[in-house]
Every structure is written in C-alpha cells, then in structure tokens.
Design a protein around this ligand. Structure first.
Ligand SMILES: [Zn+2]
Length: 253
C-alpha cells in the first residue's frame, strides 16, 4: 500500500486518501457504479484561514483563489458536470437531471450517469447515497439531521440496494450542544446518540437511514474537529474558515 504524499495521520480502515492536486477521501473499496469524493482542505491555493482548498465564495476568501480551487476540484472529479444547491439547513430534497444551480435545498438525487451532486461542508455531515437506480448527496447539519433529511432523500430514491456513506463531520468528541437539543435528539433517535451534552450526528444519521430502509450505512469515522490538518471545522476554527466540497456521481461500469 502506497502512502499519499499528504498523508499526515493514520486513517481508519475503509478510507483512502486520493487526488494528485485537490486531495479527497474516498470509501475503499469504492462503491460499484458510483464515485464518492469527500474533499479535504489540502491541495488548493487559498491563504489562512481558508487554507487551502476552500470552495465557498461566501466566506470572505479571495475570488481568484476560490476559482482555482474549484478548477482543481473539477479536475479531480474528471471534469464531469456539477450540480449544486443553495443550502438552507432545511429538509428539502430536489431531483436533478443536469449540471448547474438546482435551487434551495439541502439534498439532491439523480438517476443520471456522470453528473456530480455537490454540497459544501465544514463540520456538517455530507452523506452520499448510492443505489441501483441513482445517487444522492445530502448536507446534514443538526437541523437537517433532526428533520430526517437523509432518510427523506433515501425514501425518494427508487430501487433497492441502497448504501450510504457518511463523510467527515463533527463527532461526539467535539460536539457539545445545549441540554435541550441533546434531549430532542435523544427523543428522536434514541438515548445512545447523545452522551450528556455530546451529540453524535453520524449515529443519528445512521438511525435515520436505517429507518428509511438503507441496507448498508458506512460511516467513514473521521472527525473534522479532531483533524485540523485535513478538514475545515466551523466549530474549532471559528469565526472564519473555509468549506470543503463533497460529491457523488453515478458512473458507467
Ligand atoms: Zn473530534
């Protein structure tokens, strides 16, 4: 097994670090018939606090740097067309069939091959859905998770054999919430998704996906708060940090 030049820390089993310029994490092995990209903060040109692969134009970063970063991200995704949404921390799911802006929503699904569905994240969980007849990408922060957006997106996808990949996000080690919010999550997803005021978004999302009938839920197991070398973390680097792209596409063969 060869080490990626950027590799700075041991990764959990089932995760590979990839990309020659824009560096991303991918499930290992990759799902059949789909590609998943969870981009890190590595391999871009932005300066602190956006160093280096920030993809958001809304956080105060230099426009030229963001354009170059997006170009590198597109290169890593094989120059496929890209669809994106205006994320509003809701539970909206849109079905898309071509690249471009797809409206206000926090999840996209598609049956098209070769179309990259993308969301921007910094602590919120990106969730990639891969099924026999399509793929989906979800931005799931605490609001979306509590609203069941991942399960909602999964239910919208027809056909069986659905698998989900929960990408890097803030985890229970780094995510203290109010007692009230912890209670709401425990009531909705079960007492084991919280420990005191420490909330596990991935455990909550896993419960939601399992209730929606997803056959296999793969949690990549990486905490954005614990790995500042690899990820932007809104909580740990506030008030200002970058955003990383997460994407999924169906591929032929
Ligand atoms: Zn952590």
């Amino acid at each position: 097994m060869s080490l990626h030049p950027y590799r700075t820390a041991a990764l959990p089993a089932g995760v590979a670090l990839r990309g020659r310029r824009a560096v991303y994490l991918a499930p290992d092995p990759e799902p059949e018939g789909a590609r998943v990209w969870f981009f890190t903060r590595l391999g871009g040109v932005s300066r602190a606090p956006y160093d280096t692969l920030n993809v958001s134009r809304k956080v105060g970063d230099d426009e030229g740097a963001v354009a170059e970063n997006l170009s590198r991200v597109r290169e890593a995704m094989g120059h496929r067309p890209v669809a994106w949404v205006r994320q509003v921390a809701g539970d909206g799911v849109v079905e898309v069939s071509e690249g471009g802006f797809a409206g206000e929503a926090d999840a996209m699904i598609t049956a098209e091959s070769g179309l990259c569905l993308t969301v921007g994240v910094a602590d919120c969980a990106p969730v990639a859905l891969v099924g026999e007849s399509g793929v989906g990408m979800v931005h799931s922060g605490w609001q979306g998770t509590l609203a069941g957006i991942s399960g909602k997106a999964a239910r919208r996808m027809s056909g069986g054999g659905l698998r989900a990949y929960i990408g890097p996000c803030i985890r229970e080690c780094c995510y203290e919430v109010s007692p009230e919010l912890a209670r709401r999550f425990a009531r909705r997803f079960g007492g084991d998704v919280v420990s005191g005021r420490q909330l596990s978004l991935p455990a909550s999302i896993r419960r939601d996906l399992e209730e929606a009938g997803v056959e296999e839920v793969v949690d990549l197991g990486l905490c954005t708060g614990c790995h500042p070398d690899l990820f932007f973390s809104h909580r740990k680097q506030k008030p200002v940090t970058g955003r990383s792209l997460a994407a999924v596409a169906r591929v032929a063969g």
